[in-house]
Design a protein around this ligand. Structure first.
Ligand code: SF4
Length: 406
C-alpha cells in the first residue's frame, strides 16, 4: 500500500500540486531525522528486521558512512525531532557508542524538541546513558517485551527480567523523565492472565509511555517455522480479547491512548512518530532506513556493505522510490490517521488533495458509522473501539474508495 504507484492523474497536475503541497508542509510542519543502527548481538525469534552482528569493522563502516550520507542529502532542514532505532543502537560497545553520538550531535543541530533512542535491557549501561544525556537525548525506549522468563524464552529474547528493571532504574537515575516500555502480547502460550501481570508490572514502574504490540508472524522470522507446521499462528479472536483488555486496562491506569499501539501520560506522546503518522517529512540515515522528503518516499538498501560501497562513490542507495502526489499523501493520511485516536479531518484531506470530491468519502464514513465502526469527530471521523479492531482493513478500504473517486 505504502509504495503503490498511481498513474491515473495527469503528470502536469501531479507535478504542480506536489510542489505546492510539499511547500506548504515544509512551511508548517516538523521535520524528522531517523537513524537506523543495524546491529543486534543476537536475533530474536519474532524479528524480521535487517540486522548485522556488531563486529568491529561493520561498526566502523557504519559510523564512517553516516556523515557521508548526511552530506549527500541536499540541504536538509535542521531536524525538529530525532529518532535513533534499529536494530539496537546499544549493541555498540561503549567507545563506539560514544563516537556514534558524537557524530549524531553534529547532525542534530540545536532545534530539536525531542530526541528518542531505543535501547535493549542487556545492552544498557550507566556509561551509555551518560553519553545520551550529554548529547541532549530527551527520551529513551526500552525493549522489554515481557517481564516473564517463559514469555521471553518463547520470543527468543536473551535478557533476564531483572536486567530490564535495572536498566529502567539507571535511566531514571540518569535523569530521563520520558521513558517508554515496549511490550508484546499474543505470544505463543501466553494467557490473558500472563498479559495482565505484564501490564500490571509495566504500570507499577511508572513509565511515561507504553507501546504494546500484537505479535505478528513475519515470514523471515525464526518463529515462522512453527507457523508453517501449524503449531502456532494468527488467531483473530484471541487477539481481539488481548487488544480490548489492553485498551481498557491502560485507560483505567490513566494512560491516554493516542494510537492503536501507543499510550502516553499527559504531554509524553512520541512527537517523532506522530509527525510520521501525520504525513510530515523525515530523512532516514543508515542501511534500510526509510525517508519521506521533497515529494518522494524511499528506503535505503538493506545491506551495510552495499550502502557503504555506494556512499564511497558519492551515491545514495535509494530503492522503492515512490512519487508522492496529492492523492498518495491523502490516501496515506487516511490510512495512518485512522489508527490515531483523534482520527482524520476532512479539511486536511482537502488540503492534501484539493481536487478530490469528498462527498463519497463522507457517505462511506456514515455507512461505517451505522455499523458501529466509526464516529464523527470535529470535521472528520475516527474509529470506535470495535472499529479499531479492524482498523487496517477499514483504513485500506477507505483509502481505496477515496483513490477510486478522487
Ligand atoms: S527485535 Fe530488536 S533486538 Fe531483537 S533482533 Fe529484532 S531488532 Fe534486534
Amino acid at each position: 500500500m505504502l509504495y503503490r504507484h498511481h498513474h491515473c492523474l495527469s503528470q502536469e497536475f501531479v507535478c504542480c500540486t506536489v510542489v505546492k503541497v510539499q511547500k506548504k508542509i515544509l512551511e508548517r510542519n516538523a521535520f524528522g531525522l531517523y537513524v537506523h543502527a543495524p546491529f543486534c548481538s543476537s536475533t530474536c525469534d519474532f524479528c524480521a528486521f535487517y540486522q548485522e552482528k556488531p563486529r568491529k569493522n561493520s561498526v566502523k563502516t557504519f559510523l564512517e558512512g553516516l556523515t557521508t550520507e548526511w552530506s549527500l542529502v541536499s540541504k536538509p532542514p535542521v531536524p525538529d525531532t530525532i529518532f535513533v532505532g534499529g536494530g539496537t543502537p546499544g549493541a555498540l560497545q561503549e567507545s563506539d557508542f560514544a563516537r556514534f553520538f558524537d557524530i549524531l550531535r553534529e547532525l542534530a543541530g540545536d532545534r530539536f524538541v525531542e530526541w528518542s533512542v531505543e535501547l535493549a535491557p542487556a545492552e544498557t549501561t550507566p556509561a551509555k546513558l551518560r553519553v545520551l544525556r550529554e548529547s541532549g537525548v530527551t527520551r529513551v525506549s526500552l525493549g522489554v517485551q515481557s517481564f516473564q522468563p517463559s514469555m521471553l524464552q518463547a520470543l527468543g529474547r536473551r535478557h533476564p527480567p531483572d536486567q530490564a528493571r535495572r536498566a529502567f532504574d539507571w535511566m531514571r537515575e540518569a535523569g530521563f523523565d520520558n521513558l517508554n516500555l515496549d511490550l508484546i502480547f499474543c505470544i505463543p502460550g501466553q494467557e490473558l492472565s500472563d498479559w495482565r501481570l505484564d501490564l500490571e508490572t509495566a504500570v507499577s514502574w511508572e513509565p511515561d509511555h507504553l507501546s504494546t504490540y500484537c505479535l505478528i508472524h513475519e515470514e523471515k522470522a525464526a518463529l515462522f517455522a512453527q507457523v508453517k507446521t501449524g503449531e502456532i499462528g494468527p488467531d483473530p479472536e484471541r487477539e481481539e480479547k488481548f487488544y480490548l483488555y489492553t485498551w481498557e486496562f491502560l485507560k483505567e491506569a490513566g494512560f491516554e491512548q493516542y494510537e492503536v499501539a501507543n499510550f502516553a501520560r499527559s504531554g509524553k506522546r512520541c512527537r517523532h512518530n506522530w509527525n510520521v503518522w501525520r504525513m510530515n517529512e523525515w530523512i532516514g540515515l543508515g542501511p534500510s532506513a526509510a525517508s519521506q522528503w521533497q515529494g518522494e518516499r524511499w528506503s535505503n538498501v538493506a545491506s551495510l556493505q552495499a550502502w557503504s560501497d555506494a556512499l564511497s562513490l558519492g551515491c545514495l542507495t535509494r530503492k522503492d522510490v515512490v512519487s508522492l502526489g496529492p492523492l498518495e499523501l491523502a490516501e496515506d493520511y487516511l490510512l495512518f490517521g485512522l489508527r490515531l485516536n483523534e482520527g482524520i479531518g476532512l479539511r486536511k484531506v482537502a488540503e492534501l488533495c484539493p481536487e478530490a470530491d469528498l462527498e463519497p468519502l463522507r457517505l462511506f464514513f456514515h455507512q461505517l458509522g451505522e455499523e458501529g465502526l466509526t464516529e464523527a469527530r470535529g470535521d472528520g471521523f475516527r474509529v470506535t473501539d470495535r472499529g479499531r479492531l479492524l482498523v487496517d482493513r477499514i483504513g485500506s478500504e477507505v483509502a481505496h474508495r477515496f483513490a477510486s473517486v478522487a
